[in-house]
Design a protein. Structure first.
Length: 448
């Protein structure tokens, strides 16, 4: 076994241990969270960010956000986003802001009128700052990360290492969930999103991060499974993460990851030569086996309820009236609000406040696109155009970033069902802006 393989297995084993330790000793979650941010700051400063170490540190923070939130490891709810932004500022100090990233300066500036309006339109309460922060921390994190990543050069090996660092704490999350709910059969009684199989936390966020983890390790099956040992390990990890994602019964995160995998396979298949396609065919059979086996196992463990969930049926097989579990109505309300206030919108956080006044319940939106329209008006449209057009324009001269389309798909689909509650869509979006060059060390699948 090569030294690199031993190191790979060590990191995986370490994160299995972390998941076990946090489950049996919950107070360790706070220690783990504190060590992550302290070690990240030290790592970037000690290296002076010579090789874009800030991206490695930020990636690990993004991957650990779900387990820290569900176990109380973060001191405040948005701490992971704040940490990523802090690291990016340290990165700016050592390497400067990417040149020609004017589009993202404009994006950040366009957010401020909505914040300014909110200070006048929102009722003054003790949680006014929290409400504004809740809605702006995601877009601001995205803008800051984009200022750092814009056309910054990394190798193909480095971007895979960044993804691996996202995946490591997701292994811990998966282990924690397996211990939290060892018997899925006992807790699955319907087809709604399940908090118990999600570690007692929001199924939407948990499924989002597990779906991302599934994509990470499926991509490693394609590109970095040089030996039988690595192949088997990546296979087992992909299977378990996918299974735990499915049994959350939250569809958005898993459907997004399945789409990403299909896109990655298609893009890879058309970029490689005929000799490499033989290896790719084997990888396709393996990935298909993982997904089919996981689905069949999940169906068995849930008594067939998983099929009904994805068919939008209840436990008795009756089709549900609302396919989007109430989110369609929220989106329709926000579009109506935009039409009533098309220029500058109603201000950050105002849509949720209005909804609370009408229903008596605070319900935050799940759709970042309609929230931007309602709360930022026409400026929100400009923001969305900038975010969508820029990476696609860069792709014309950045074909080596094989993940670019996958990253954009993750971002746009995630913000449609989970808004920007997590740091993941912001950070993953920014990775699409990196300028990827092919490194000398060749991956398993060679490209033309």
């Amino acid at each position: 076994m090569q030294e690199s393989e031993k190191r790979y297995l060590f990191f995986i084993f370490l994160h299995v241990v972390i998941g076990v330790a946090i489950y049996y000793f919950p107070s360790l979650s706070r220690v783990y969270g504190a060590l992550i941010i302290l070690a990240s700051i030290f790592y970037v400063i000690n290296s002076q960010n010579k090789n874009n170490e800030v991206l490695y540190a930020a990636a690990y923070i993004v991957g650990s956000e779900a387990i820290l939130r569900m176990t109380g490891g973060n001191p405040v709810y948005e701490f992971s986003k704040y940490s990523v932004v802090l690291l990016m500022f340290i990165g700016f100090y050592y390497k400067g802001i990417s040149k020609n990233a004017a589009a993202y300066w404009i994006f950040l500036l366009l957010l401020f009128p909505g914040v300014f309006i909110a200070t006048y339109s929102l009722k003054y309460t003790n949680d006014l700052q929290n409400r504004v922060s809740f809605n702006t921390s995601g877009p601001i994190c995205l803008g800051i990360c984009s200022l750092y990543c814009y056309l910054r050069q990394v190798t193909f090996k480095q971007i895979n290492e960044i993804l691996f660092l996202i995946g490591l704490p997701i292994i811990s999350t998966t282990v924690y969930l397996a211990l939290f709910t060892p018997s899925v059969r006992e807790v699955i009684t319907g087809t709604g999103s399940n908090y118990t199989t999600s570690g007692g936390f929001g199924p939407n966020q948990v499924a989002t991060i597990l779906g991302l983890g599934m994509f990470v390790f499926v991509s490693r099956l394609i590109y970095y499974s040089h030996s039988k040992v690595l192949f088997l390990i990546n296979f087992i990890i992909a299977f378990n993460i996918t299974y735990r994602g499915l049994v959350t019964f939250s569809r958005g995160g898993m459907m997004t990851s399945f789409i990403m995998v299909i896109i990655l396979i298609l893009l890879t298949y058309f970029k490689i030569n005929s000799k490499a396609r033989i290896k790719m065919n084997f990888a396709l059979i393996t990935i298909s086996t993982v997904l089919i086996a996981t689905w069949l196992y999940t169906s068995n463990q849930t008594g067939g309820l998983i099929e009904k969930r994805y068919a939008n049926e209840d436990a008795r097989g009756r089709v549900k009236e609302d396919q989007f579990t109430g989110r369609g109505q929220l989106a329709a309300e926000e579009i109506k609000t935009f039409l009533e206030h098309p220029i500058f919108g109603v201000g950050v956080g105002k849509t949720a406040e209005t909804r609370q006044q009408r229903t008596g319940v605070f319900i935050a939106t799940h759709n970042e696109i309609t929230r931007m329209l309602a709360e930022h008006g026409s400026l929100g449209i400009l923001c969305l155009i900038i975010l969508l057009i820029t990476p696609l324009f860069l792709y014309l001269d950045n074909k080596h970033n094989i993940y670019l389309v996958c990253f954009i798909v993750f971002w746009i689909l995630t913000i449609n069902h989970a808004a920007m509650r997590m740091a993941a869509p912001a950070f993953i979006y920014s990775l699409s802006l990196l300028k990827v060059v092919i490194n000398e060390e060749k991956p398993l699948v060679h490209r033309e």
